[in-house]
Design a protein around this ligand. Sequence first.
Ligand SMILES: [Zn+2]
Length: 175
Amino acid sequence: MPTIMTHAIVPLALAAAAGPSRIAPKVALVGAGLAMLPDADVIGFAFGIEYADPWGHRGATHSLVFATLTAAGIALVWKRARSLWAFFFLALAMASHGLLDTFTDGGLGAALWWPFDNARVFAPVTPVRVSPIGADFFSARGLETLLSELVWIWLPCAVLAFAGWRLRHATPPRP
Ligand SMILES: [Zn+2]
């Protein structure tokens, strides 16, 4: 996985680009939470679920279907999530986690197509260094991970947020 904070930055950048009239700040925050949530699947290790199992790490919770169902579930109980913008944003926020994981250079791929296909997939390019787990995080390897995330995720996110903001605030040409 990329570092957990890095997952949250993707929906926040999308929300910043779309603007608060389309994505309310509260919805943006829930989206950030959803983007971090799939890695809660590591808890499965404690219950003997193997990495490669459908419900193992980077399994079902990292799929597009799971993200869509979660967004639908939230829309059922939360009025704010019922606009088309909010629904797609929340689904995309959670799906972005699995998608981002496919760009990392280690571990197993993400089960993006679950439940139709349990295959773990990677993107054609994997420029993001996989995040070391636990104490290893504070090592040269951890630093390398952060740097690769900075270049491949934070920078494009900042550009996206700025471009969206700029578009929304562009002054119309004078007649
Ligand atoms: Zn993950």
